[in-house]
Design a protein around this ligand. Structure first.
Ligand code: HEM
Length: 120
């Protein structure tokens, strides 16, 4: 059990897609960040998010989107927005029944991207 990749523990691509949809739904309803996503087309962003998450968690998929610095450069995202996004991610993981250890590892991994996302 313990040496399974996060990708396997999440349940593979289909479950990751469900989680990605929940995360985007939460962003769209979250007053702190929803304005950031007014022009977002879910059918375009979900596949990018899914391949990003699959690759980052150890799946066989290849992410071909922008890296985190390029994706967020010029947006001037602040810490409050970053925390709001982390909150949405954690809530989504809990709602999808992801185990505590996997939640913690994902929180750590996401927090680690802060310097490429906040104030860039
Ligand atoms: C660890 C946290 C985050 C991760 C893993 C993440 C991941 C991503 C990814 C994979 C993309 C797609 C890149 C592409 O188009 O190729 C993206 C786009 C974007 N991100 Fe983030 N992001 C994070 C935090 C944030 C925050 C804090 C904000 C601001 C509230 C934000 C706002 C956006 C916006 C507005 C887009 C463009 C969406 C679109 O194309 O319509 N992100 N992000």
């Amino acid at each position: 059990m313990t040496d399974k990749s996060i990708y396997e523990r999440l349940g593979g691509e289909d479950r990751i897609r469900d989680i990605a949809r929940t995360i985007l739904d939460k962003h769209l309803a979250n007053p702190v960040v929803k304005m950031r996503y007014v022009d977002t087309k879910a059918d375009e962003v979900i596949p990018k998010l899914v391949s990003f998450l699959c690759e980052a968690t150890g799946g066989p998929q290849k992410y071909t989107g922008k890296n985190m610095l390029e994706a967020h450069r010029g947006m001037n995202i602040n810490d409050q927005e970053f925390m709001a996004v982390l909150d949405d991610i954690m809530e989504a993981l809990q709602e999808h029944g992801v185990d505590e250890r996997t939640q913690q590892e994902l929180l750590y991994a996401n927090y680690g991207m802060r310097r490429e996302i906040v104030g860039v």
